[in-house]
Design a protein around this ligand. Structure first.
Ligand code: UDX
Length: 436
């Protein structure tokens, strides 16, 4: 099938490569010249396991192309995906300006029946606005063609995006017309299986499903972070609690990990956006208000632990293990580590950091943050070492070597990756989240 994907961020790029790999003719569109030039050479602008191979292979086979020319993308395709960003606006709502600009372009360049698929995370009711915008642009340009607007939210996780795309738990499609349903079924036929179905629903429910999923997952995390405080004060081990409740098949084991709180490009923005939509419709948003507030304070809870150990932070040096908002990504958007770094620096501490992948992205925005080349260098001569991201490589460090290099052996483990008993035996002054 001829597919155009507008926006080559995480979602757009992964979708472009995966749809091409399924044998479709894909054209990826982006306004960023530099990005498009790199993509054409097979260079991925993001770190994502497996993306480079997919990109190179499909470029070589000739079924994947990239352009800055949106007209070319729209005219040459039957299915147009809008995968542009919907960042959090000043008012905490999703900023839909890029989504509406794409709709306007589609209305201007449409040259036949098109299925317009919205993959970006957008508030309920956006498909209607997109439809109206396309119609208005067609009128302005004296055009008249049929089209369908479909909602097909994306659930891929950074770091596991390709396998999530190829083995989704489900593919959600909100569509009004039978014609659109048939074509989208065909497009996904290489992916969906009986136990991982294509879920057809109405457009508004599809829009809601995306926010509901992310808000539910964020709620689980804040719920566990709330209980971790009780474990710290009353006793109990939050990891044991997670295991015990996770074995209940009604609950399940995932997204019960207490830590520094959630970050990234989705959860913080989506929790805020659905909260605003609830308020706009005069609905109670108090659960999500609590989720957001616990998440904010959780980042500083780790700071409190550093402070409790070191007392005065002025002139102290703190090592940070992991800056990315989670492992297997170079993404630092809403990374809890950076909230901590800012707080530590504001108290007069010096910070040095190590991350296996996020150095370049971090240095772009925080050129003053000292980066070192190894985890051991991050621990060298520091008064305290803080684990902010649970990269696997941190789990297997030579902890004796780490301790020898430190000025004082204080470790604050914001992701519970070490065993408290073992750390104490090794002579660390060790604290973690929700367990002793
Ligand atoms: C998320 C959703 O999972 C995905 O479906 C959606 O499309 C985009 O947002 P992503 O942001 O890539 O994906 O990361 P995810 O693995 O979901 O983690 C989100 C945040 O929650 C991270 O900061 C992570 O550290 C945190 N987290 C996750 C926890 O703190 N505890 C957990 O148990 C799980």
């Amino acid at each position: 099938m001829k597919v155009c994907i507008i926006g080559t961020g995480y979602v757009g790029l992964v979708s472009s490569c995966c749809f091409a790999d399924l044998g479709n003719d894909v054209i990826g569109v982006d306004i960023d010249d530099e990005k498009v030039a790199k993509l054409r050479e097979g260079i991925s602008p993001i770190y994502e396991p497996g993306i480079s191979d997919l990109l190179k292979r499909n470029l070589k086979q000739g079924n994947l192309n990239f352009t800055t020319n949106i007209k070319e993308g729209i005219e040459s395709s039957d299915i147009i995906f809008s995968a542009v960003g919907t960042p959090m606006g000043q008012d905490h709502r999703a900023d839909l300006s890029a989504v509406m600009a794409v709709a306007k372009a589609i209305g201007k360049y449409i040259n036949g029946y098109k299925i317009v698929v919205n993959k970006s995370t957008v508030p309920v009711g956006t498909a209607e606005k997109v439809e109206a915008e396309i119609k208005a642009a067609m009128v302005e340009n004296n055009l008249s063609f049929n089209f369908d607007v479909v909602s097909n939210p994306e659930f891929l996780r950074e770091g596991a995006a390709i396998s999530d795309f190829k083995n989704p738990d489900r593919v959600v499609v909100g569509a009004k017309s039978e014609r659109a349903r048939k074509l989208i079924s065909k497009l996904y036929s290489g992916i969906v299986r009986t136990n991982r179905p294509l879920v057809f629903t109405d457009v508004k429910s599809a829009e809601m499903i995306k926010y509901a999923a992310n808000a539910m997952l964020a709620t689980r995390i804040s719920f566990m972070n709330m209980l971790s405080h009780l474990c710290e004060k009353a006793g109990g081990d939050i990891k044991e609690v997670a295991k015990g409740i996770g074995l209940d098949s009604r609950i399940g084991p995932k997204f019960l990990q207490a830590g520094l709180g959630y970050g990234g490009s989705c959860f913080p923005k989506d929790v805020n956006a659905i909260m605003m939509t609830l308020k706009d419709y005069d609905c109670d948003a108090s659960i999500l208000e609590a989720v957001e507030s616990i998440n904010q304070s959780q980042r500083l809870h780790v700071y409190d632990k550093v402070k409790a150990s070191l007392k005065d932070l002025n002139g102290k040096t703190i090592g940070i293990l992991g800056v990315a908002f989670k492992p297997k990504t170079d993404d630092i958007r809403e990374a809890p580590a950076l909230t901590l770094v800012r707080k530590l620096e504001s108290e007069g501490a010096r910070v040095k950091a190590f991350d296996p992948e996020a150095r370049e992205t971090t240095e772009k925005y925080y050129p003053n943050l000292q980066f070192v080349d190894t985890p051991y260098a991050a621990a060298k001569n520091v008064d305290c070492l803080v684990v902010c991201t649970e990269w696997d490589t941190f789990r297997t460090l030579n902890l004796e070597q780490i301790k020898e290099g430190m000025k004082s052996p204080v470790v604050v483990d914001g992701r519970n990756i070490y065993d408290p008993e073992e750390m104490q035996k090794l002579g660390f002054h060790y604290s973690c989240i929700g367990r002793k």
